[in-house]
Ligand binder design. Structure first.
Ligand code: ADP
Ligand code: MG
Length: 262
């Protein structure tokens, strides 16, 4: 199983938007996909709840610490064994042990950043934390940054961040626009790759650099399904058998069994 961690300590940077769109994209390619939502706000789990029945299934694991628990270490969320790609939606303010734990799990780390000077400054601080204390320096994870809610792609506010990322040799991939289609997706439980292609041309295009970066590093077994031209029957069959639903980790921890597991 491969894990994509979507993280930035800054709230509202687009973590959930990106996590749900990534999950919807891979599920639509018949890849067995799960979301682990570490955010107590549970926005990704909420998105899964409104997801239409006829959309490709995505497994949801609520990995947020139980209310009242000391948030020192996260609980251990479980996803079905056959899961191929897990997307982790991280909470705002992640640091310390939780940050280290999430970094350890990750094969890829995608950091969305909103365009304000405050967001960019906070993100630069977060990336420092990620390397100095989060374990990113020694982890296997490949790291990239995407700009989110971009209104003017030539905006000079990114220049400082770009220089900083260059100095760390981190790629600055997609520039995701501020678009109502992402808001519609949240409401409907869909990703832009599952919405009317004619109405989402720009969104599909702008996400491509990030997807190309990710897909280019995935093992060969994914290639056929990521190539739109090839029908992968084996993948489709496995998908039909994929156990899905959402699971409450707290009950799993207390019972040691998949009590809420479908
Ligand atoms: N590219 C975008 N275009 C339009 N709205 C967006 C975009 N990205 C995020 N939003 C909206 O901004 C708010 C914060 O985004 P969200 O993904 O929830 O951030 P985070 O998970 O980092 O807190 C949400 O209401 C979301 O729908
Ligand atoms: Mg969120």
């Amino acid at each position: 199983m491969l894990t994509i961690l979507v993280i930035n300590s800054k709230g509202g940077s687009g973590k959930t938007t990106l996590a749900t769109n990534l999950a919807a994209y891979y599920a639509s390619k018949k890849i067995l996909t799960a979301i682990m939502d570490y955010d107590p706000q549970g926005s990704s789990i909420q998105w899964l709840r409104v997801r239409p029945d006829d959309a490709q299934k995505i497994h949801g694991a609520n990995a947020a610490p139980a209310k009242g628990a000391v948030p020192l270490r996260s609980t251990h969320a479980w996803v079905p064994l056959e899961t191929e790609i897990t997307i982790i939606d991280a909470p705002a303010g992640t640091k310390g042990l939780l940050l280290q734990e999430l970094v350890r799990k990750a094969d890829f780390i995608v950091i969305p950043v909103a365009p304000s000077a405050i967001d960019i400054h906070a993100t630069a601080d977060f990336i420092k934390e990620l390397f100095l204390f989060g374990g990113a320096r020694t982890s296997r994870a490949k790291i990239a940054v995407v700009a989110n809610r971009v209104r003017n792609s030539s905006s000079p506010v990114y220049a400082t961040l770009e220089r900083f990322l260059n100095s760390l040799k981190l790629p600055f991939l997609s520039r995701i626009s501020d678009s109502e289609n992402y808001l519609h997706g949240v409401e409907k439980g869909l990703g832009v790759f599952e919405m009317d292609p004619a109405a989402t041309v720009a969104e599909r295009q702008e996400l491509m650099p990030m997807l190309t970066w990710l897909n280019g590093q995935l093992p060969n077994r994914f290639a056929a399904r990521l190539d739109d031209k090839v029908q992968d029957l084996e993948g489709s069959r496995k998908f039909a058998a994929f156990r899905t639903g959402t699971q409450n980790v707290t009950s799993l921890i207390t019972t040691g069994k998949f009590r809420n597991y479908p």
